[in-house]
Design a protein around this ligand. Structure first.
Ligand code: FES
Length: 146
């Protein structure tokens, strides 16, 4: 069911942990499965992502996609990191079963949420970046709508 790369990243996830004083932190969740992912970014003055770490409370595919996503964004500029979509992460993992595609979306959303946090702190705007929909910190305001 899973490719070797997915199994490898699930069993030996890279870049697990937290970054103290991170440039940006994003936490997203999937309401249906209840899984949560948090990404930390360390971005230098040139806008290059020096480090990225994650914590995922979720399924194996979510762990594997967040692990791969961290590897894909480290060393990239912010604009390049914007290209790390869930499709790119899935391709790098040689694919995911269709029922697990939503797990890879969490990785993309977590990167975007962390970039959004960074942009907020810096007072800048990042081209193509929209306010994260499922950022856990933002959810409080939306609760009444349900
Ligand atoms: Fe929820 Fe995979 S089942 S993220």
């Amino acid at each position: 069911m899973y490719t070797e790369k997915v199994m490898d990243h699930f069993q030996n996830p890279r870049n697990v942990g937290e970054i103290e004083d991170a440039s940006g932190v994003g936490t997203v969740g999937n309401a249906k499965c209840g899984d949560i992912m948090r990404m930390y970014l360390d971005i230098d003055e040139d806008g290059v992502i020096r480090d990225c770490k994650f914590k995922t409370f979720g399924c194996g595919a979510a762990v594997a996609t967040s692990s791969m996503a961290t590897e894909l964004v480290i060393g990239k500029t912010i604009q390049e990191a914007m290209q790390v979509t869930n499709k790119a992460v899935m391709e790098a993992l040689d694919g995911l079963p269709p029922v697990k595609v939503h797990c890879s979306l969490l990785a993309e959303e977590a990167i975007h949420a962390a970039l959004w946090d960074y942009a907020q702190k810096k007072g800048i705007s990042i081209e193509g970046l929209e306010k994260p929909k499922s950022d856990i910190h933002e959810d409080e305001e939306q609760e009444e709508e349900y």
